[in-house]
Write a protein that binds this ligand. Structure first.
Ligand code: NAP
Length: 482
């Protein structure tokens, strides 16, 4: 790969001007870098914000038809390039190629679904208490928004943010994760090809602490939508708190899956394994705590361990059940948590080592710990790797108490055939997304998505019927005609 122009500012692809380079590695074969290129510096991030700000009035004045036509076209272009986009995604992020294909298809679906916000981000006409006064609300774009995204769904997450921002008439500065710049560049190229005017969308690829900091703290930014770790999200929210702009942060999770004795235990074990080890545990909604009723704990744990041990592991391009961790840092974190859990007294039931038959890459076996107690670090902190903690409880009340005994509140699931208990769970569990007899992972784009507690700013959910709310001001009008 020779194209090292990764910055897209005011309609031009240009080289980064930082002294720092960014190197993309295949997590399955990291010794042989895929590409290196200069990162953007702070001045380029500033220029990107200025370009977006300058383009803002004109883009806000476009008709919904003009905007949705472009976004529908982006959806088609993503589908037309599915094979190449999926291979790019797997190469830099590592996930199995079938998962990358599914993610790219979802990105196209997102553009197609969200394009409709251009025409549906409406206000309300409200019955007026005064017959002389017409009362209504309407929505207008925030202006220029900063979109900051992580690496784990590196085309889907930018797609739902970009499409929503653009459909509602905002201009954008997009700062993707430093782990996945190639797929970010390809996505922006496809949006550019669909005919977006210069300056409406800008891409800056560089480090979070300089480029990310500039695009979020620049005073021309009118709103920020961030997905990533809780530490970074809270830092961004605090750094702009005095400006009072809307800040949407979707952050980490420590997601519980509860199994009651009356559940379909096979289905529960399947869901726990899919949720914990699918995408190498690198989903914000990954199952990280399996909270099992003591009457069925042995049976469910055995089933989970057996399934975990049967998973195939390997490079994403071979389409295994589980690929590598994304980076050397995440690889180190995974093994650190294995040591921390063992030191705290948890029992290693399976995994915890590198697979014997693989000699390079950031691989770890699917790992299950038993005898985990709520006060242990492994029960409290997000690993973001394929490490599952099994926690035994005596009854439903204790299961909910354990489920809620963490700072996070992203997704939660219960397996039971008692629908009264299921309903109680949906009411009592502290999570933004709740499944009954389903995996903690996975979502439908027409349903809202987002967490509670330390998992989310709870400004507004993403996707679903009303995700446009975050990207718009709602104005309230009382009109009395003379
Ligand atoms: P991260 O380290 O917080 O990074 C996220 C983004 O923030 C990256 O683009 C990063 O840039 C940027 N960033 C870092 N420091 C910044 C700063 N000071 N100012 C502005 N931007 C800054 O998270 P990650 O490791 O990429 O992703 C994993 C995390 O995302 C996990 O915690 C996971 O649970 C969470 N996640 C949450 C959801 C959800 O919907 N709740 C979905 C997916 C993932 P650099 O890459 O250059 O550092």
């Amino acid at each position: 790969m020779t194209d090292t122009k990764y910055q897209y500012i005011d309609g031009e692809w240009i080289e980064g001007e930082s002294d720092e380079t960014m190197t993309v590695r295949d997590p399955a074969a990291p010794d042989d870098p895929v590409i290196s290129f200069p990162q953007a510096d702070r001045a380029q991030a500033k220029a990107a914000v200025e370009a977006a700000d300058a383009a803002s009035d004109e883009w806000a004045a476009t008709t919904p038809d003009e905007r949705d036509t472009i976004l529908y076209d982006v959806a088609d272009r993503i589908e037309d390039n599915l094979d190449e986009l999926a291979a790019t995604l797997t190469r830099e992020e590592g996930k199995p190629i079938s998962s990358s294909r599914a993610e790219v298809s979802r990105a196209a679906e997102l553009f197609r679904y969200i394009a409709s916000y251009a025409r549906t981000a409406t206000g309300d006409t409200v019955p007026s208490s005064d017959p002389e006064t017409f009362t209504y609300t309407f929505r207008e774009p925030l202006g220029t928004v900063a979109l900051v995204t992580p690496w784990n769904f590196p085309i889907a997450t930018p797609s739902w943010k970009l499409a929503t921002a653009l459909a509602t008439g905002n201009t954008v500065v997009f700062k993707p994760s430093s782990e996945t710049p190639m797929i970010a560049k390809r996505l922006v190229e496809l949006i550019e090809a669909a005919g977006l005017p210069d300056g409406v969308l800008n891409l800056v690829v560089g480090s979070g602490s300089t480029v990310g900091d500039e695009v979020t703290t620049n005073e021309r930014i009118d709103g920020i939508s961030f997905t990533g770790s809780t530490g970074t999200g809270q830092h961004i929210a605090e750094s702009v708190a005095d400006r009072g702009i809307p800040v949407q942060t979707e952050m980490g999770g420590k997601n519980p899956l509860v199994v009651m004795p009356d559940a379909d235990l096979d289905a529960a074990a399947d869901a726990a394994v899919a949720g914990a080890f699918g995408l190498t545990g690198q989903a914000c909604t990954a199952t990280s705590r399996l909270i099992v009723h003591e009457d069925v704990a042995d049976e469910v744990t055995e089933a989970v361990v057996e399934r975990a041990e049967s998973l195939s592991i390997g490079p994403g391009m071979d389409d295994p059940d589980m690929g590598p961790a994304v980076s050397a840092d995440q690889d180190e974190t995974n093994f650190e948590y294995v040591d921390v859990a063992a030191d705290d007294g948890a029992t290693l039931l399976t995994g915890g080592s590198r697979p014997e038959d693989i000699d390079s890459g950031y691989f770890i076996e699917p790992t299950v710990f038993g005898d985990v107690e709520s006060e242990m670090q492994i029960a409290q902190e997000e690993v973001f790797g394929p490490v599952l903690s099994v926690m035994e409880v005596g009854d439903f009340t204790e299961a909910v108490a354990v489920a809620n005994d963490v700072a996070f509140g992203l997704s939660a699931s219960i397996f039971t055939s008692d629908m009264a208990a299921a309903r109680q769970f949906t009411e009592q569990v502290e999570a933004g997304v709740i499944k009954v007899n389903g995996t903690t992972t996975g979502s439908q784009i027409q349903m809202p998505f987002g967490g509670m507690k330390a998992s989310s700013s709870e400004q507004a959910k993403e996707m679903g019927q009303r995700a446009y709310e975050f990207y718009t001001h709602e104005k309230v009008v009382y009109r009395t005609d003379p």
